[in-house]
Design a protein around this ligand. Structure first.
Ligand code: FDA
Length: 400
């Protein structure tokens, strides 16, 4: 087994694989080491199996970081349109779901296969099931001792991702290496993650698991952003894109106000229905505008078997409050077990925003989610993986 390479990349996920073939294409020998039994597991799981691989409207405002300007250079060096050209070169069919959000038409496998084919034709070596024991910085590069032996390289790229979903290979190893080389690590927390509700709230919504509907929601505090997207009731609480989005700004103890019927005014609708179909049950009337199971649930306590013509003004106000401003205080989130991303990570303070190179240790690079750069829901996190990986590969090829 050859053990000396120009570049060793730790982590064969989105950023690691992308960096690998772009570096190898310029003539560098590249080895990628991963401790998992399969590479690119998160790519396969992403976008519900259809990988939301980029967002054409990506800007720095779509990311959270202690330095919100950090991502700008990388995003402009390698844009969503650059990645799209690669996807098109590989004849991968894609669809635009909502404005700018691009998904594979068939399967996430198309993206992973594209990365692996590029790696194969560029001559990248990938070793799986490789546990790394120790990394040392030497005069001319790095020495990596692992369960597959000792490897040396001139450059080292850390692409170990964040902490979310340990069963997909996530680990905090990238943060350990960063600390070893005297990099600051910003406290991490799970994000883009479903909410868990308190037992008493869960009992109230327990029959609703699987129900999904478009909503508007807002954290109950001044100046909080209004999120418009789908809500999904689960057996543990609340999920769906609206919840994942709001989880990025939510802190334990805060309440959420949810409008379950943002498209119309319930009071006006009921008044019209009263005149035209007064004999119908309240639940029947509601089930025409919100999912039936939710309509039945909302009527269970006070309006079961009540006809709409019998609703008083105070009843309509009560129902309107329940539907237009349902307030819920989540107990917690589902944590790293199901979170899509990790907030925080390796501080950008000691990383060049143009090259992703460490300012503490020459030829050491950090790319992708391991850094303190986290995208919102919508394909931004993959775009960050591609853009940051591109910058590192360009710099490695230029400097060596
Ligand atoms: P990634 O996590 O991809 O790769 C890290 C690699 O490092 C893994 O292969 C891991 O095994 C390896 N590794 C970790 N520790 C190691 C160690 N100690 N030794 C060796 N190897 C180690 N984003 C998006 O833009 N659109 C989407 O549709 C989705 N969907 C989505 C769904 C789900 C379920 C999740 C969990 C996440 C998403 N994301 C997403 C987020 C996206 O998957 C994520 O941001 C990128 O994969 C990050 O790419 P990285 O290469 O940085 O890490």
């Amino acid at each position: 087994m050859k053990n000396s390479y120009d570049v060793i990349i730790i982590g064969a996920g989105a950023a690691g694989l992308f960096c690998a073939f772009n570096t190898a294409n310029k003539g560098k020998s590249v080895l990628v080491l991963d401790h998992a039994n399969k590479v690119g597991k998160k790519i396969l799981m992403s976008g519900g199996g259809r990988c939301n691989f980029t967002n054409l409207n990506t800007t720095a405002d779509d990311f959270v970081s202690q330095n919100r300007h950090f991502c700008k250079s990388a995003l402009s060096q390698y844009t969503a349109y650059d990645f799209l050209s690669l996807v098109e070169k590989h004849n991968i069919e894609y669809v635009e779901k909502s404005a700018g959000q691009l998904f594979c038409k068939h399967s996430s496998k198309d993206i992973l296969n594209m990365l692996l084919n590029e790696c194969a034709s560029a001559g990248v070596k990938i070793y799986k099931r490789c546990e790394i024991d120790k990394i040392s910085s030497k005069e001319n590069g790095f020495e990596i001792s692992s369960t597959l032996g000792m490897f040396v390289s001139k450059c080292l790229v850390i692409a170990t991702g964040g902490l979310s979903i340990p069963t997909l290979g996530a680990s905090g190893y990238g943060y350990d290496i960063a600390s070893q080389f005297k990099h600051k690590v910003i406290e991490t927390s799970p994000s883009l993650v479903p909410f868990v509700l308190k037992e008493k709230n869960l009992l109230r919504i327990k029959d609703l698991s699987g129900v999904s509907l478009p909503v508007e929601m807002q954290i109950i505090r001044g100046n909080s952003e209004l999120i418009r997207d789908d809500l999904l009731f689960t057996h543990r609480g609340l999920s769906g894109p609206a919840v994942l989005k709001i989880s990025m700004n939510w802190h334990k103890g805060e309440g959420i106000s949810i409008n379950l019927l943002p498209s119309m005014d319930l009071g006006e609708y009921i008044e019209t229905e009263k005149e035209e179909h007064g004999e119908q049950l309240v639940s029947t009337c509601l089930s025409r505008i919100i999912p039936k199971r939710l309509a039945i649930k909302l009527c269970e306590e006070n309006f079961e078997n009540v006809r709409i013509k019998h609703l008083k003004k105070t009843d309509i106000e009560k129902l309107s409050k329940r539907i237009h401003s349902w307030e819920i205080y989540p107990e917690s989130t589902e944590g790293y077990r199901t979170a899509e991303v990790t907030l925080g990570g390796v501080s950008t303070d000691q990383i060049s925003s143009k090259t992703m190179q460490s300012s503490n240790v020459p030829d050491l690079y950090f790319i992708g989610e391991v850094l303190d750069v986290t995208g919102q829901l919508g394909g931004y996190n993959f775009q960050w993986a591609w853009s940051s990986a591109w910058c590192a590969s360009e710099a490695i090829n230029k400097n060596n």
